[in-house]
Design a protein around this ligand. Structure first.
Ligand SMILES: Cc1cc2nc3c(=O)[nH]c(=O)nc-3n(C[C@H](O)[C@H](O)[C@H](O)COP(=O)(O)OP(=O)(O)OC[C@H]3O[C@@H](n4cnc5c(N)ncnc54)[C@H](O)[C@@H]3O)c2cc1C
Length: 279
């Protein structure tokens, strides 16, 4: 296993650094390339690795090499879970936490050498062919200027009274409401993390997640539907003034002082009715 470490210091532009880093990566012939994750590396190294056909991982805090196996560690979920993983792809660029670069190099017995960087101005200035407006956002469901935040929780994907799930109906109901009300769409973590929901809920992504590990939107009003009102979710509501929720469970989190009004009702029925009333 050949391991190479490069220190990268000073400033550089993206357009100069990407080809220079890519050339350096291509020229090493190393299986593992260690670099410190300073802002210059973080900006240009991913593109350089792509050009050089290398795999890359960032924010690595530990590297262990045993024979041909390399295991790296990285924090996830806002430093709550320390993950360990491995790759077989080579070359593999390992971007370490900058403060740990020296220790990791010392542990692996490699000495860092300065990354060769290109100082010549690249010949790749962008020429603008024209401008086109991005429009009003099309399918975008994140609308920071909306008065209302409509939050969809995992309950929309759960088995309902008839013992079946109704994903397409749920998606159509939510989309119908968003279209008629102009509300912004928020979601709970459970829903955006659910792979089986992704096919029906195409208008939703991790960007919609509200909460401790999601966003903290600032709408005048919020309506949570099929969402339990767990603390890690509701902390994301701290700037939402008027809060209402629709849940089948009268003892859900919203009932514990987190909402001004809790409608103990079936959100499928309530939102369909509201859609009808909105015309
Ligand atoms: C460290 C950490 C960070 C986290 N960060 C976040 C975060 O940022 N954001 C976040 O959202 N979560 C976060 N969570 C997860 C959070 O704790 C909850 O697990 C999650 O919010 C639950 O999502 P949910 O309410 O959509 O789903 P569930 O808990 O499954 O609740 C579904 C609800 O839907 C109701 N329901 C079902 N059918 C209907 C119906 N027809 N009509 C009305 N109601 C119905 C049920 O009664 C139930 O209350 C975090 C957890 C941890 C440990």
């Amino acid at each position: 296993m050949t391991i190479k470490a490069f220190s990268v210091e000073g400033n550089g532009t993206y357009s100069q650094d990407v080809p220079a880093f890519a050339a350096a990566l291509g020229g090493t012939g190393a299986d593992l390339v260690l670099v410190p994750g300073n802002s210059r590396v973080k900006r240009a190294m991913p593109a350089a690795a792509l050009r050089a056909g290398a795999a890359i991982d960032t924010n690595i805090v530990d590297v262990a090499v045993e024979g041909e196996t390399v295991v790296v560690r990285r924090w996830a979920y806002r430093q709550r879970i320390l993950t360990a993983f491995s790759r077989t792809a080579r070359p593999w660029v390992i971007v370490t936490d900058p403060a740990l670069f020296g220790d990791i190099c010392a542990k692996l017995g490699v000495t860092a050498e300065a990354m060769p960087v290109c100082d010549a101005v690249g010949a790749s200035r962008t020429t603008v062919n024209g401008l086109r407006s991005a429009g009003a956002g099309g399918e975008s469901t994140i609308r920071p200027d909306a008065q209302l935040l409509f939050v969809a929780g995992a309950g929309w994907t759960k088995k309902q009274a008839d013992g079946a799930t109704h994903l397409d109906e749920a998606a159509a109901t939510i989309k119908g409401f968003l279209g008629k009300s102009g509300a912004s769409l928020g979601s709970s973590k459970s829903l955006v993390d659910m792979p089986e929901a992704a096919a029906a809920f195409t208008f939703m992504s991790h960007m919609n997640q509200v909460g401790q590990t999601g966003s903290t939107p600032r709408h005048a009003k919020g309506l949570a539907t099929c969402c339990h009102g767990e603390e890690p979710h509701v902390v994301g509501w701290r700037f939402i003034n008027e809060r209402r929720a629709v849940n089948l469970d009268a003892n859900c989190g919203w009932a514990q002082g987190k909402a001004d009004v809790l409608y103990v009702a079936d959100a499928f029925e309530v939102v369909k009715k509201v859609n009808e009333m909105l015309g």
